[in-house]
Design a protein around this ligand. Structure first.
Ligand SMILES: [Zn+2]
Length: 469
C-alpha cells in the first residue's frame, strides 16, 4: 500500500511582528535586508522576546484541527549551518520533555477519510536564498534576511494519504480553514509550503522537498510513486533519501545530503522561558474562534434556503462569505448568494482583482434591490457591476451616468419593436408558425436597448404586434 505523509509550513501572515523581535511580519514590502534587527540577525548578546499573538494564533490552528493543546510550551534550538539562517540555529519546538509543542494528535476529514495530525509546532522562518539561474550551475547566490524570524506553523501529518489526489484535496481544505481562521493568507506567494514523504509497499521512506506549489506537490507525489514502483518492478532497492523537486524538468532528483534528526543537536532554548497557557486563555480563544466553514455552510442552507452547492462555494471562501454576510438581510440572502457565485466570483477571480475592487456590501444589496424592484434588468446589473468594481461609485450614480434605467415605457418600447419587426421580416413570418421564435425577437429588442427593456412587457407587446397568443 502507498503511504504519503505531509509536512506543511504555514506563515502566520496576519501578525504585526516577527516571532521574537519587533521587525515586521509582512516582510514582502521591504527592500532586501532592511526588515532586520540584532535579534533576527542573531547578533551575540541580543535576546528573543516571544510574540504572544503568534502563540494565540498557532493555538487557534491546533484547536481547529482537533489537536490536544499543552498547558505549557517550550522552545528548542535546531542547530545547523546554512546561509539563510544567520543564527546558525532555528528556534523551533520539539516534544522532548513531554508534549510542549503547540498541538498534537489532531485530525482533519478529507471526504470519507480521516487524516491524522501528528504534531503542530511554532517556529521561525529562515531568510530567503535567491540563486541566479539554475541551482547547480549558479555562480551567484543572494540572501535576503527580511523573512528571517517571521512566525511559521509546521503541521505534520501521519502517513495517512493513499493517493496524490487526496493530498491535493487535503491541502485545499487546510488552506480554506487557515484563511477562515484569519491566521494566514495562503494565497500569498510562499505563505504555505509543503514537503511530502512517500513510500510504497516494502520500500523505504523518501522525502521530497522544495516543492513550489500545491499543484506541483500533487505532481511530485505522483512522479515519486511511479518512480518507486518502477524500481520495485525491476527489483532495485528503494533507498531512504531526500529528493528535491526539479521544477523545470518536473521530476524528483536525489539531494545527496542527508541530515538525521540527531545531527541537529536539539537543545532547550534557554533564552525563552517555558510559557504557561492556562485554561482561561484557551477558553477565551475557543469563544472567539471564527465560525467553522462547515457550520457556515449549514447555516446558509438551513436559514436562507441557499442550495448546498452555492453554500459550499460561498462558505469555503473567506473573502466572498464576508461580502455575503455584510450584504445580506432577511429578504435578499438567496439573491446575494447567487449574484456572488454566478457573477462576482468570475469578475474577481484573482487576488489582484480582489485587492483593487471597489465593490462593497452596500453596492451589492442596492443592486439586488434595484433588480427586485425592476429598476434595472439583470443584464444592466452586470454592466453596473463592472463599473462599481472599477470606480466604486454609488449605484444610482452609475445607473444615471450609463443610462442603465429600465425601459418600461410602452411608447418607447413599441418604437423599438416596430423597428425590429421591420429588420427581422423572416423571423416575423416564422414566429407566426412557431411561437418559440418570439423569444428570438425578445432577444433582439434586448440587444437594441442594451439589455434595458423590461422583458415581460416586451414579450406582451411583441405578441400583440404579431397577433399571436
Ligand atoms: Zn528583527
Amino acid at each position: 500500500m502507498t503511504k504519503i505523509g505531509l509536512e506543511i509550513h504555514c506563515q502566520l501572515t496576519k501578525l504585526e511582528s516577527k516571532l521574537f523581535c519587533s521587525c515586521k511580519a509582512n516582510y514582502r514590502e521591504f527592500q532586501p535586508n532592511t526588515n532586520i534587527c540584532p535579534v533576527c540577525m542573531g547578533i551575540p548578546g541580543s535576546l528573543p522576546l516571544l510574540n504572544k499573538s503568534a502563540v494565540e494564533k498557532a493555538t487557534l490552528i491546533a484547536m481547529a484541527l482537533d489537536c490536544n493543546t499543552p498547558s505549557k510550551i517550550a522552545f528548542f534550538r535546531k542547530n545547523y549551518f546554512y546561509p539563510d539562517l544567520p543564527k546558525n540555529f532555528q528556534i523551533t519546538q520539539l516534544n522532548a520533555y513531554g508534549n510542549t509543542s503547540i498541538g498534537w494528535e489532531g485530525k482533519i476529514s478529507v471526504g470519507d477519510a480521516k487524516i491524522r495530525i501528528r504534531r503542530i509546532q511554532l517556529e521561525e522562518d529562515p531568510g530567503r536564498i535567491i540563486y541566479e539561474g539554475a541551482t547547480e550551475k549558479t555562480k551567484l547566490t543572494l540572501v535576503d534576511y527580511n523573512r528571517a524570524g517571521t512566525p511559521l506553523v509546521e503541521i505534520v501529518t501521519e502517513p495517512d494519504f493513499e493517493t496524490p489526489h487526496q493530498v491535493r484535496e487535503f491541502l485545499n481544505i487546510l488552506s480554506d480553514l487557515l484563511e477562515n481562521l484569519n491566521v494566514s493568507d495562503p494565497g500569498l506567494e510562499g505563505a504555505m509550503r509543503a514537503d511530502a514523504n512517500v513510500s510504497i509497499e516494502g520500500g523505504s521512506k523518501v522525502e521530497i522537498k522544495n516543492i513550489g506549489s500545491f499543484h506541483d506537490l500533487e505532481k511530485a507525489v505522483h512522479f515519486e510513486i511511479t518512480r518507486q514502483q518502477s524500481l520495485a518492478e525491476r527489483e532495485i532497492e528503494i533507498v531512504q533519501e531526500t529528493r528535491h523537486w526539479d521544477d523545470g524538468r518536473k521530476i524528483t532528483v536525489s539531494a545527496r545530503t542527508k541530515e538525521e534528526e540527531a545531527e541537529y543537536r536539539y537543545h532547550l532554548e534557554a533564552d525563552i522561558p517555558w510559557i504557561r497557557i492556562n485554561d482561561d486563555t484557551k477558553n477565551q480563544l475557543q469563544v472567539h474562534m471564527p465560525e467553522s466553514i462547515s457550520s457556515k455552510k449549514e447555516r446558509y442552507v438551513s436559514k436562507y434556503g441557499i442550495t448546498p452547492q452555492v453554500a459550499d462555494i460561498l462558505s469555503s471562501d473567506r473573502y466572498f462569505s464576508e461580502l455575503f454576510e455584510n450584504a445580506k438581510n432577511e429578504t435578499n440572502a438567496k439573491d446575494v448568494a447567487n449574484m456572488i457565485t454566478t457573477d462576482i466570483m468570475g469578475l474577481l477571480d484573482t487576488r489582484e482583482k480582489r485587492d483593487s475592487s471597489k465593490l462593497n456590501a452596500e453596492h451589492l444589496s442596492a443592486l439586488i434591490e434595484s433588480i427586485k424592484s425592476s429598476k434595472i434588468t439583470r443584464t444592466s446589473a452586470k454592466l453596473a457591476l463592472d463599473e462599481i468594481i472599477k470606480n466604486g461609485k454609488p449605484l444610482q450614480q452609475i445607473i444615471d451616468s450609463l443610462d442603465l434605467g429600465h425601459v418600461s415605457d410602452e411608447g418607447e418600447l413599441t418604437d423599438v419593436i416596430t423597428q425590429i419587426l421591420k429588420e427581422e421580416a423572416k423571423a416575423v413570418e416564422d414566429a407566426k408558425q412557431n411561437s418559440e421564435i418570439v423569444n428570438f425577437l425578445v432577444g433582439k429588442v434586448m440587444q437594441k436597448t442594451q439589455g434595458k427593456a423590461d422583458p415581460e412587457l416586451t414579450l406582451t407587446l411583441l405578441k400583440k404586434s404579431l397577433d399571436i397568443g
